[in-house]
Design a protein around this ligand. Sequence first.
Ligand code: ADP
Ligand code: TZD
Length: 569
Amino acid sequence: MTNETQSAETIDGFHLLIEALKLNDIDTIFGLPGIPITDLTRMAQAEGMRMISFRHEQHAGNAAAAAGFLTQKPGICLTVSAPGFLNGLTALTNATTNCFPMILISGSSEREIVDLQQGDYEEMDQLAIAKPLCKAAYRVLHAEDIGVGIARAIRSAVSGRPGGVYLDLPAKFFAQTMELQAGLKSLIKVVDPAPRQIPAPDAVQRALDLLKNAKRPLIILGKGAAYAQADADIRALIEKSGIPYLPMSMAKGLLPDTHAQSASATRSYALAEADVVMLVGARLNWLLSHGKGKTWGTPGSKQYIQVDISPIEADSNVAIAAPLVGDIGSCVGALLAGMGNSWAKAPADWTQAVAERKDKNLTKMAETLAKDPVPMNFHSALNVIRNQVKARPDAIVVNEGANTLDFARSIVDMYEPRKRLDVGTWGIMGIGMGFAVAAAVTTGKPVIAIEGDSAFGFSGMEVETICRYNLPVCVIVFNNNGVYKGTDVNPTGGDPAPTVFVKGARYEMMMQAFGGVGVVANNPQELEKALTEAIASGKPTLINAIIDETAGTESGRITSLNPQTAKKK
Ligand code: ADP
Ligand code: TZD
């Protein structure tokens, strides 16, 4: 305890909260100061916690969510009341949607005034608003309850299916005091916050029977599998079974994308032709066409095994023949044990058919990547990043945009688990700088943020945060003068079309404004030079990569979700 504002015998709400977090090995807070939490941010820093202060709460919240995904510990986001809370709420809800553990802690106004709606400073019934939008929500009114409040928040965030938790702390709480020893005793160190959930032996056997009899089995790895940190067992399962696998975008690198069994380069064929599909930490949501339609080949041609911690995920879209409920580490371990030593590998005619198609597509892709058009297009720019990530497989890639996202996902190979952070289940823009800050702060590794120019705009002001904390983040803005592309024209003249931006915008100057490095890259050589220097120096860098403004397509690969396109189909 280093606080001089209180007597040696007492401890206040501020310090009880800090001690409760530290007791649970939480050492970083992402947030933005103001009434009533400014002193908390100062005190947390004085007590040795890392306090990362942002320019907007949404990005602090996104940082907390990414930290949660990367570490399995809930990331903490701290905000002021009403507007600050609402700014953080988008990130909390996004975290919940993505199954990332985080805790949004917001100061709030006086209960008595809020409940009578008497018009307090930043008055809002935050708990009621947060409740339907996150996994759990709690309020602590008394200092002696903060130990329980933090314990419940941690357990709620990380146990079972991880998610976002809201913790409401009215202003009065912070100044309350307790006798020091009683206060410290009231805190809880959470034992086993995410208990293993062992799958039932008959469920394991049911899954193995289906796999054993499959003629064309396929494994899909999702970001739940990446989160679970069961990397060695997942790799063993893939290799022992010989089954082709598809990584969802944030599961890329769980096995290196160059792995012989990766079917990514022939995704459509693998999905359409497989007869038994095992989902490991991946939901059959829109990203997998809900398990329906022509993506999935002949109707009724498939049986599914679904490994998931949530018992209600199975049958959410199509019938699941073998649900395997438990944590992925325990489930994959049980499957491996059940396979024994004499497990027959996946049928060779199937694995060869997948491999042949994949090789053909990879050859085609190599030809496309070798081209050097002027101006650069998505492919020629991403080819540079692909080579850099190959050379620095420990670097973390953050990725958002439409075309910039879709092309980067398929072109930039990942080699290590949990090195790719992106727009996730919602396909949300704005995660870029928050995720990049969290990746740098929690891992210390170089971060390469591959950003559409529109996507970057959502969190662009956080380049100041990146400079302030001197983080090894290189932001590459794919500048094609607009949302999707930069060529739309307003048919009536007058205002610019809704999807276009200022032509030739100087994004690199935003980084220069705060003391970082800003570079324009007009061709792959300039991009390579700038990126190599950024990674070597670790200096905050923004590369304004000039991309052909005609190159993109509307909404990237999900054009068909636009109502007009859907109507025409
Ligand atoms: P993707 O978008 O990569 O397909 P999703 O977010 O749709 O992945 O699916 C992740 C799934 O992983 C969720 O259904 C979640 O319940 C599950 N999950 C998360 N963590 C674990 C874990 N430790 N063990 C088992 N399942 C998990
Ligand atoms: N707002 C939010 C929060 N999320 C969204 N996904 C969108 C708006 C809609 N949207 C997309 O789905 S992608 C995108 C928007 C605005 C930006 C695409 O343009 P870009 O990338 O410049 O980032 P490309 O490479 O030019 O396509």
